[in-house]
Write a protein that binds this ligand. Structure first.
Ligand code: 5GP
Length: 355
């Protein structure tokens, strides 16, 4: 479906280290293999495997982090991930990543994020606008006669569920410091079987008090108390919502909290047993705000175009409905009003192709 590739798309749930090209991961693994740090053939099997349970996914992330957590590599993968999204006509990307500290290589959470920003600055294959609209580094709309892809990028800093309250607060403080380079919010992610809501609440409350936007991984495993606590916190968005009960749907809908839907991820991890019973259909029919997202396009071998194609095939969306769905994501972004206006213009210009 070529029209899905051309459709302007908005990606709001993409983890940096889950969105690495297989070719890059294999190249990095080969280098560490040559140095004797890992056994390349073991790693190769893991990277090439396409089906993984949620538990296996988190084991894979530990491996990926071994391969990627140095400044130069963080810069490289940031550049590649953004370029890959732009190439499939993602016009606005909210990229999330967990700031990491690694004393053995002199990496602090701040220097990790500097490496991410360096990656954004180093992009040359497409036009990128990633700083707040008021910043002097805003891109000019240069018209050089060559049509180039343009992507708006904003960042979310993730708190990993393995972190302590202090560490989570440190991440929020860093996010506040980095607002002038496009950081717009905080995400809570990491293995849902680890950690307690009460550990993260002070950091999330601190973020909210300082006007950062918040999105939570919510309901990835059956945990009724935590799901209710998360909904009562009224985050600006949630991701997944796979193990919701009736009372959770009622609350979610009454609070009108938009849901980031990651179809392939939910099916591969078996969080949802089959696409025809996925909650996409119920939310869509109820006109509840939802956004199709990739989660980890590298880990789950997908793309945002693929996620739209899957929704079209599985739920019978027409071209016009698909366009409308993609456009409604504008309201769920954490971007400034000026950026939302520009996105509306992009969609208005494209609309005649999709009626
Ligand atoms: P990073 O934050 O290192 O750039 O991206 C990888 C991290 O994102 C993982 O270690 C994990 O904490 C988080 N992550 C990626 N995919 C998922 C997911 O499907 N569920 C949850 N809960 N966390 C995820």
């Amino acid at each position: 479906m070529e029209w899905i590739n051309s459709l302007p798309k908005i990606e709001l749930h993409a983890h940096l280290n889950g969105s690495i090209r297989d070719s890059t991961l294999l190249e990095l693994a080969r280098v560490l293999g040559d140095k004797g740090v890992i056994v390349f053939t073991d790693v190769e099997d893991v990277i090439r495997k396409n089906t993984r349970s949620l538990v296996e996914v988190f084991k894979l992330f530990d491996l990926i982090h071994k391969l990627t957590t140095d400044h130069q590599t963080v810069t490289r993968i940031t550049r590649e991930v953004v370029e890959d999204f732009a190439k499939e006509n993602v016009v606005y990307l909210e990229l999330r990543t967990t700031p990491k500290r690694n004393d053995s290589i002199g990496m602090s959470k701040r220097s990790y994020m500097k490496a991410v920003i360096e990656g954004l600055r180093s992009i040359s294959e497409v036009d990128i606008e990633f700083v707040a609209a008021s910043d002097s580094q805003k891109l000019d709309n240069v018209c050089d006669g060559i049509q180039r892809k343009k992507i708006f990028v904003r960042l979310l800093l993730s708190i990993d569920r393995r972190e302590t309250t202090e560490s989570a607060i440190e991440t929020v403080k860093l996010a506040l410091e980095m607002r002038n380079v496009g950081v717009v919010g905080i995400d809570l992610s990491g293995n849902p079987l680890v950690g307690e809501w009460s550990t993260f609440l002070p950091a999330l409350q601190f973020a909210r008090d300082n006007d950062l936007h918040i999105t939570l991984h919510c309901g990835e495993v059956p945990n009724p108390k935590e799901i209710q606590d998360m909904l009562d916190f009224k985050p600006h968005r949630i991701g997944h919502a796979c193990f919701f009960k009736d009372e959770d749907w009622t609350k979610l809908k009454s609070f009108k909290i938009p849901v980031e839907i990651c179809l392939t991820s939910n099916i591969i991890t078996k969080s949802i047993s089959s696409i025809d019973i996925h909650h996409f259909a119920d939310l869509y029919n109820a006109n509840h705000p939802l956004i199709l997202c990739t989660d980890d396009f590298g880990v789950f071998s997908t793309s945002l175009s693929n996620e739209y194609a899957l929704a079209v095939r599985s739920f019978g969306l027409s071209k016009r409905e698909t366009f409308a769905l993609a456009k409604t994501a504008i309201d769920a972004t954490f971007a400034e009003d000026e950026v939302k206006e520009q996105l509306r213009l992009i969609y208005d210009l494209a609309s005649r192709e999709y009626v």
